[in-house]
Write a protein that binds this ligand. Structure first.
Ligand code: ATP
Ligand code: MG
Length: 339
């Protein structure tokens, strides 16, 4: 396991990491997300000792890193780093030399075989004799991964591996990461929600130099608050049955709960969605429609909980807090009867 404990770091006098606690395990893909400047790259650079924290500890496989020459050598063997921009990483003129650089330095045997296998793992077999400068951007990104793999690390850290890659490159990066996690721990930072969803086992959000979320799934509502780009989608406007129903050009109108249904009936509003209301409202919004959901007040918290699981834009016109007391009365497990 890689553990960063109460990590602080500043560039000059500006704190960029402010007490970060971060964990990543073998056999898992840990996805780091957050707005530009949140501190993701800075945190990742700590994980293999490219940056030294001002305060806090880095513990890898139970060993506390002391930042001595020998510790850093050990750490960089354990944890490989793949830069966002491959030009920051690629140092050799030729592909073979580039991938062989690490294994030769580490005096690993059978370098030719290692280079061949590493290139194969990223779909660049037969590229040995190419000049690095003649590779496309996507190919360079895969070459950078091959160079990291060649050192056979236990963990591989990748900063935005899918930035600037096409659909094929995306699929191949997903495949590479999926394969890697069978034996290693993978830590990626990304703004690519498709990628995060495709590979992520653990999701960590950073904001303002702090970890603000850690979980097994993406909390989309929080994601948006943290400036994480979610899909372009329509909008779900939720209003309480006793609130003011907005005038708007909605594609679909739905009502959830008896009180809400009574309210729309009273207003003479025709419903477009009459059953499986919440699911279908979310689905329509995901498809890009604008949806108005009139909801019985005591169900608002259920709506809030469920919509946070989907990448859908939601606007609550009623204050949820004012319904919190009522919400407490609705116990878990009553969800189905409510919906
Ligand atoms: N070498 C540096 N010198 C001074 N400030 C830096 C340096 N590197 C990063 N910063 C600043 O530290 C903050 C965090 O940067 P970092 O690169 O870690 O963010 P990030 O979350 O990776 O952002 P992005 O999503 O844009 O890659 C930013 O405000 C950035 O300007
Ligand atoms: Mg970054």
């Amino acid at each position: 396991m890689i553990e960063a404990l109460d990590l602080w770091f500043s560039y000059g006098d500006r704190d960029v990491l402010k007490g970060v606690n971060f964990r990543a395990k073998k056999g898992e893909v840990t996805v780091l997300m957050g707005r530009n400047g949140a501190g993701k790259t800075t945190l990742l650079l700590h994980l293999n000792g490219l940056l030294k924290p001002k305060k806090g500890k880095l513990i890898v496989e139970g060993k506390k890193i002391r930042y001595t020459k020998s510790d850093l050598k050990w750490l960089r063997r354990k944890v490989a780093f793949v830069f966002q921009n491959p030009d920051d990483q690629i140092i050799a003129p030729g592909v073979y030399q580039e991938v062989a650089f690490g294994p030769v330095n580490l005096r690993m045997g059978n370098v030719e075989e290692i280079v061949k296998n590493s290139l194969k793992a990223v779909g660049l077999e037969g590229y040995e004799n190419r000049l690095c400068s003649t590779l496309s951007g996507g190919e360079k990104k895969r070459l950078a991964i091959a160079s990291a793999l060649a050192m056979n690390p236990d963990y591989i850290v990748m900063d935005e591996p899918t930035a600037g890659v096409d659909a094929e490159g995306f699929n191949s990066t997903v495949e590479i990461v999926e394969k890697l996690k069978e034996e290693k721990g993978v830590i990626v930072s990304t703004h690519d929600l498709d990628f995060a969803r495709a590979v992520g086992d653990k999701f960590v959000f950073m904001d303002g130099g702090k970890i603000v979320y850690e979980g097994d799934s993406i909390d989309y509502e929080l994601a948006r608050k943290c400036g994480i780009r979610t899909f372009f989608s329509g909008e779900l406007v939720v209003v309480s049955h006793d609130g003011t129903i907005p005038d708007g050009d909605f594609d679909f109108i739905a009502a959830m709960g008896v009180k809400a249904k009574k309210r729309v009936e009273k207003e003479g509003i025709n419903l477009d969605i009459a059953s499986a209301t919440l699911e279908r409202s979310i689905l329509r919004a995901l498809e890009g429609h604008s949806v108005l959901l009139v909801c019985s007040a005591e169900m608002l918290h259920v709506v809030k909980r469920e919509v946070s699981k989907f990448p859908v834009n939601v606007k609550f016109l009623a204050s949820l807090e004012s319904y919190e007391e009522k919400a407490i009365e609705v116990k878990d497990g009553s969800k189905n009867s409510l919906l």
